[in-house]
Design a protein around this ligand. Sequence first.
Ligand SMILES: Nc1ncnc2c1ncn2[C@@H]1O[C@H](COP(=O)(O)OP(=O)(O)OP(=O)(O)O)[C@@H](O)[C@H]1O
Ligand SMILES: [Mg+2]
Length: 260
Amino acid sequence: MRTIAFFNQKGGTAKTTSTLNVAAALVERGARVLIIDMDPQASLSMAVGVDIPSLEQSIYDVLVDDDVRLRDVLQPSSIADIWIAPSHPDLAAAELELLNVLERERRFAYSLSGLVGDAFDYVLVDSPPTLNILSINILVAVDELVVPIEPHPLSIMVLRRLFETISRVRRLNPRLRVVGFLPTKVHHSSRLAADMIETLRVQFPDVPLLTSVPLSVKGAESIIEQTSILEYMPNSPLSAAYRDVAASLAELEVERRERV
Ligand SMILES: Nc1ncnc2c1ncn2[C@@H]1O[C@H](COP(=O)(O)OP(=O)(O)OP(=O)(O)O)[C@@H](O)[C@H]1O
Ligand SMILES: [Mg+2]
């Protein structure tokens, strides 16, 4: 079971959009995929048809209540073969509630380890745009990070802080590695995007660059239909990009197996 978080403390970098569409692309390749919404905004949950007000339990309960296990909150999503562990706005309170809990950085890791190993091939985690106890829980729990990043002058600046945090968290989670930057909302002729990609290459030579996701309003349109871009517009450049990203992630697994 691979555990991959889409992580960037900067808002609006297409973490949620990418979690959903990479999940759909992995399913297309025959994988069994669980997506976990760790953002109190619950955008991912809503995008795949979860009715938040009627939820009895969510990832919030899993994190704060020892008696609720991750498998208790899983439900089928509106996209075939993708399961979701939904979020809830209450999750915003988890930070305070976990304040006095023993090993509060490891709550999510503990929940994830309770999933039976062969139920899912991939667990994809959508992260909130913050660096708080919730985000730390994600960094402690997963093995791999994809960092969606949009062409914006501030994008590179926030990366320093992200990598500092990652190296501090490595003491708690030595397996954590950044499997790639995922440039999103990339306009093919934009100077900003080309500059950003070049800066990433120079400043982070060890971090692979995944296929750039083109700027397109089609992703948002597919959300209205409660589906993925792959289902909504299978032949669009956006779908092709997300298929490429999924293929790269799958390939990493093969490489890893071959090394063992
Ligand atoms: N390739 C794209 N082209 C154009 N717009 C996009 C693209 N991908 C995502 N968007 C739009 O950008 C906005 C932010 O995307 P998304 O919600 O996925 O980002 P996020 O990183 O999850 O945001 P947050 O930090 O608030 O959780 C949304 O309106 C989304 O529809
Ligand atoms: Mg989001």
